[in-house]
Design a protein around this ligand. Structure first.
Ligand SMILES: CC(C)(COP(=O)(O)OP(=O)(O)OC[C@H]1O[C@@H](n2cnc3c(N)ncnc32)[C@H](O)[C@@H]1OP(=O)(O)O)[C@@H](O)C(=O)NCCC(=O)NCCS
Length: 386
């Protein structure tokens, strides 16, 4: 029996038509290669693809975008709740609570028909950037900025954070970043959303479960951890002395932004963010963070992917999606505590796609077994004898 200690690695729990993650370093959404989507699609097209199973034509995309922008605004009652949070609230905690509150304002709450679920998914996707931006501004004592209905999701999010339109390279970086983070099969948070709605619960409950699972450093928190590491190292000159001992001592210390539970080859998503990190550095006439991250990559490769280790059955260790998203976000001046909420904005699309699939007829409640290893047949002791 595969136990929880084994993290359910390699266990197939069901079929899905949404996302194909191949350990040899390939990723497909609905059959489309992630490289084509990152190079050519907008995030809105990717969301349509994930939810409806096909790429939109021009008319369908225009209609979908119009539906999304019409839902950007968040009920004043939700903003009032966000206002009451302590200024030092953890952003993911604030987001989790904000989304939970949002569910109570949704006119389709409690209605889990396919049509209502799609309407709720659209509202969630449209409103989550508005909530994240409002959380950030309120935590700094600033008023939320109203969404702009002439901007796409990526551009509008950056606009709502700062109250000014962002540089086109920033907008393109966020758009690509959202595409790359949109889905990844049964990662921990997506699995959590599917477990939740498999009981018949509403997708708002599913997203709240997803947000909880995503908040951990081994999942959505990796970009922030990566940036903390880069700031701690401080300069390209210090990389070697900092990284090498972590991988050569008695016990290897995981390097943030590297390794993956499924990929045994380079994470295809890292390619695009590596490039955006360099481009952003060049825009700012200083590629320091890109240089440091690529220098770490070289050392991790040299010490982890040796013929000896690979021959001994050890997994190859490569930069994952969060490795370069860290320096991209930092270059754009995004606060580090927003890195995981940014991931959540994007992954809401994948969560909703999976929950829509989970609601299909014939799906069962997800209820695995545990192997009991605790004490057995203990004698009952009355309270006064314990
Ligand atoms: C993602 C992650 C949790 C997957 O872990 P996993 O599949 O359970 O792999 P394990 O922890 O069992 O590690 C297997 C081997 O790879 C090594 N390894 C895994 N991640 C590593 C990393 N980030 N840096 C260096 N070595 C790593 C382990 O040291 C171990 O080697 P060993 O057997 O010689 O001790 C892990 O790679 C990690 O913690 N990465 C850093 C956090 C991160 O970036 N998360 C975002 C993922 S998208």
């Amino acid at each position: 029996m595969t136990t929880q200690a084994g993290g359910l690695r390699g266990v197939v729990v069901g079929e899905s038509e949404i996302c194909d993650v191949q350990p040899e370093g390939n990723l497909y959404y609905r059959g489309y290669n992630i490289h084509d989507l990152a190079d050519h699609a907008t995030f809105e097209e990717v969301v349509f693809l994930l939810w409806k199973g096909k790429l939109p034509n021009a008319a369908e995309l225009a209609e979908f975008k119009a539906e999304l922008v019409a839902e950007y605004a968040v009920p004043e009652g939700v903003i009032a709740i966000l206002r009451d949070f302590p200024k030092n609230a953890v952003a993911m905690d604030a987001l989790r609570t904000g989304i939970s509150a949002l569910g109570m304002y949704d006119p389709d709450t409690g209605n889990n028909t396919p049509e209502a679920t799609l309407r709720k998914a659209l509202r969630l996707q449209a409103k989550i950037p508005t909530i994240v931006a409002a959380i950030e501004r309120l935590s700094k004592g600033l008023e939320p900025v109203a969404p702009r209905t002439d901007l796409g999701i990526a551009a509008n999010f950056l606009y709502m954070l700062n109250g000014v339109e962002a540089d086109p390279l920033y907008v393109r970086t966020i758009d690509i970043d959202f595409t790359l983070h949109a889905d990844h099969e049964l990662n921990a948070s997506t699995f959590a959303t599917r477990v939740t709605v498999a009981t018949g619960a509403d997708i708002y409950s599913g997203v709240v479960s997803g947000l909880g699972a995503l908040s951990g450093p081994r999942h959505g928190g990796a970009a922030e951890e990566t940036m903390v590491m880069l700031l701690t190292i401080g300069s390209p000159d210090n990389v070697d002395a900092w990284v090498r001992p972590k991988l050569t001592g008695e016990k290897r210390t995981p390097i943030a932004g590297f390794g993956h539970a499924v990929y045994r080859a380079p994470d295809p998503r890292a390619t695009h963010l590596r490039d955006m990190s360099r481009q952003l550095g060049e825009l700012h006439h200083d590629t320091k963070w890109w240089q440091m991250t690529t220098a770490i990559e070289s050392i991790v490769d040299e010490l982890s992917n040796t013929p000896d280790r690979l021959a001994a059955g050890k997994q190859g260790i490569y930069a994952n999606v969060d490795c370069f998203s860290a320096s991209c976000y930092y270059e754009m001046g995004l606060p580090m505590h927003l890195y995981t909420p940014l991931f959540a904005i994007s992954r809401t699309s994948g969560w909703c796609a999976h929950m829509i699939e989970q609601y299909k007829p014939g799906q069962k409640i997800i209820r695995p077994r545990a192997e009991y290893v605790g004490p057995v047949e203990l004698p009952w002791l009355p309270l006064e004898q314990r």
